[in-house]
Design a protein around this ligand. Sequence first.
Ligand code: OSB
Ligand code: MG
Length: 369
Amino acid sequence: MTRLRSVELRLISLPLVRPFRTSFGEETTKDAVLVRIETGEGAGWGECVAGPDPRYSEEFNDEVWLTLRDHLVPSLLDRDIRAESLAGDLAWARGHRMAKAALEMALLDAELQASGRSLAEYLGADKDRVACGVSVGITRTLEELLKQVGGYLADGYLRIKLKIEPGTDLERVRTVREAHPDIALSVDANAAYTLEDAPLFRALDELELLMIEQPLRHDDLLDHAKLQREIRTPLCLDESIRSAMDAAAAIELGACRIVNIKQGRVGGLLESRRIHDLARAAEVPVWCGGMLETGIGRAANLALAALPGFTLPGDTSASQRYFAEDLTEPFVLDPDGTIAVPSGPGLGVAPDPGRLERCTLRIERFGKG
Ligand code: OSB
Ligand code: MG
């Protein structure tokens, strides 16, 4: 147990090296709420995965800020807390998993720094490098898509994921598959389709994809189970899995054969580990998704991806795939397609003070720090 002395919230904005377009919109900057806490033992950083608008999820940055400022932080300030009981302490507040996860990340960082342990070791990692894939946004042209995919393959990425939406799907995926017959290739629809699009999924079924990610509604399991019964390609759920309970239900229903784990979407790293454990027991592969995180959230993702059940390459790409200048020391892809898992205490990284100041849009502090 340690006393929560102060919390600092910071809204940051970093330009992306290239716009990232999905079926729910286009982003040209990475805007995120960072959390820095001080406890009786030390300090820690957390990064919230929410974006500027409630598109990927209900949570968004301005709302996360108010939720933390007016509800979650006041309920914890000057109290004795521990990362392992934080979710229970915050259970009175329904939902708001991304905001809660950012607090948990900061608390884990502080606790583990104090005990000199790395997050990866604490979570139960069994490797010190993780296999990385890359998520390719929807491009304006096919040529541009082939150019980006070719570049990422030359960098060493071990799996290419193409974002798709109605109208820009089959032809693009087929073109990439024809250009690269042997690569691990997947698609992510971000919930843009319905069961009426089953003919499209049957056509994609011919292209030997590693998986089809979140084809249907974000809050659906039953239709995903129906679709999975009609096609060979494994379905992977992202948006539909918000907790270990959701993951258990999806697996039992046959709504997916692969699970994408994002710590922010499920309320934190500890819930992520529970999903990992239950999927592993059910022999369902998992992989670590991404939310275009800065080096802070990326460090947490890499630690999580080092757990034994993460058997597929994650969206844990190198810093330079996102930013000209990351907030932390950059994460670098080895030509073999892996990135080293941070091994220092806690997250093992911290933001560079100068870069942090330059990208900060707003800051607010609570408690006596
Ligand atoms: O659906 O996985 C997704 C980014 C933002 C929101 C949702 C998603 C994504 C990605 C990018 O696919 C993954 C990454 O490289 O961080
Ligand atoms: Mg996804």
